[in-house]
Design a protein around this ligand. Sequence first.
Ligand SMILES: NC(=O)c1ccc[n+]([C@@H]2O[C@H](COP(=O)([O-])OP(=O)(O)OC[C@H]3O[C@@H](n4cnc5c(N)ncnc54)[C@H](OP(=O)(O)O)[C@@H]3O)[C@@H](O)[C@H]2O)c1
Length: 341
Amino acid sequence: MKQVIVESFGGADRLELHDTPDPQPGPGQVRVRLTSIGLNHADLMAREGRYKIASGDPPFTPGIEGGGVIDAVGQGVSGDRVGQRVILTPDAPRNAAGGLGGTYRELYLCADDQALPAPDAVPDDQLGALWLPYLTAYGCLVWKQQIKPGDVVALPAASSSVALAAAQIVKHHGGVAIGLTTSPDKVERLNQLDTAAYDHLVVTHDADRNMKPWHRDLRPLAPNGVDVFFDPVAAGAYLSTEIKCLAQHGCVWVYGLLGAADTVDVTPLIRKHAAIRGWALSELVAAGPDAWLPACRRILDGFAEGWCRQHVDAVYPLADVRRAHEEMHRGRHVGKLVLTP
Ligand SMILES: NC(=O)c1ccc[n+]([C@@H]2O[C@H](COP(=O)([O-])OP(=O)(O)OC[C@H]3O[C@@H](n4cnc5c(N)ncnc54)[C@H](OP(=O)(O)O)[C@@H]3O)[C@@H](O)[C@H]2O)c1
């Protein structure tokens, strides 16, 4: 099979496609022929050596999500599983300790119960691209924050796959979803996208990427303030503006590292009894299947019921993995980027 291996940290040119032996399923295991591997910023950071907690030292295979079709089973697993369309559970990819256990490959071995049957509503190219956008948003907004009907939720990086998923989840729970985008040139695409569930969109930067006084556009949309910011950009003046716009008892959830570190004025938190908290999907995964399995099922139901609908911006053959990483780095996309072996 083909498998991507990073032999040393660095740019996209470090992603090498290797021929490796087809893995054979052992007792209790299934083999998944991957049709879909979601691309994530974490993969770029791992390749650059900025996410060693996940990648370990090279050599390693990137990739933290995947899905496809079971093509072989080991001893003790029903032969009926062969041919089933499945999604790897969020705890299945193991590129931490093992190094070579990431999903950038054609064939993936996992335990039988780590391959969840997928509903017909999830297309083949999305089988491996659901959990990072949807579980990241669901885990924070529903499992931790427990958003309520009427809550005003602001979603920076509005064109990102996580924010697009978050807006659908907010709307489904009766909240108001306000997208914040740094890219004026993406507004028209977002407005035309039927998978973008935002009630409103606010542009935070001008065409030269200088931050605007965007609180002036946000305030009329949220006269009592914003209850929740769910933010991968949070830093410096951007985060100070969010704090200024928070409602009483509001919360800024920080889940990404897209902003450049800088000074932040936290003093309004005092009179608002408000908070800044950190969120990582790993918290939900570490809480075990009793926590994440119901969340996975809720999202799969959401696809079957139609309130979850993902926008895939582009699908790249696994052999084009370098180009896919370069595109994600450029940040011109809207929604999810996917690799398909
Ligand atoms: N904590 C967790 O568990 C977890 C899980 C998944 C993802 N994440 C993080 O969530 C973020 C979004 O992930 P994603 O996969 O949805 O990414 P993505 O689809 O590639 O989205 C990136 C978007 O972020 C916005 N952005 C704002 N400032 C940026 C900057 N300085 N550099 C690059 N992009 C910037 C842009 O949206 P606009 O043009 O609309 O502003 C850009 O299109 C990443 O930081 C990722 O690491 C965290």
